[in-house]
Design a protein around this ligand. Structure first.
Ligand SMILES: [Zn+2]
Length: 81
């Protein structure tokens, strides 16, 4: 287990295990912490909470992580038609 803050939104994150391969997190039953360290295709690693992971597009980059801070706050307003 690793503990830190989400690179996207800054909230406290408890990550399960080590570095996960991209998009292999599988089912989340709540017993594996509140986030995960992802290794991006560019080789950088980012500790992210699940809401931020969900907000990332396919093939995310460090720039997408920086965008998360805004996306996280806008999510509630983006829901709906
Ligand atoms: Zn986050």
């Amino acid at each position: 287990m690793a503990q830190g803050t989400c690179d996207g939104c800054g909230r406290a994150v408890t990550a399960a295990g080590g570095v996960a391969n991209l998009w292999t997190f599988g089912d989340r039953d709540g017993s594996e912490g509140t986030g995960m360290t992802l290794e991006f295709e560019d080789g950088s690693t980012h500790l992210l909470c699940y809401p931020c992971i969900d907000a990332l597009p396919d093939g995310p980059t460090a720039a997408d992580v920086e965008r998360l801070e805004r996306v996280d706050g806008e999510t509630s307003r983006l829901v709906g038609p």
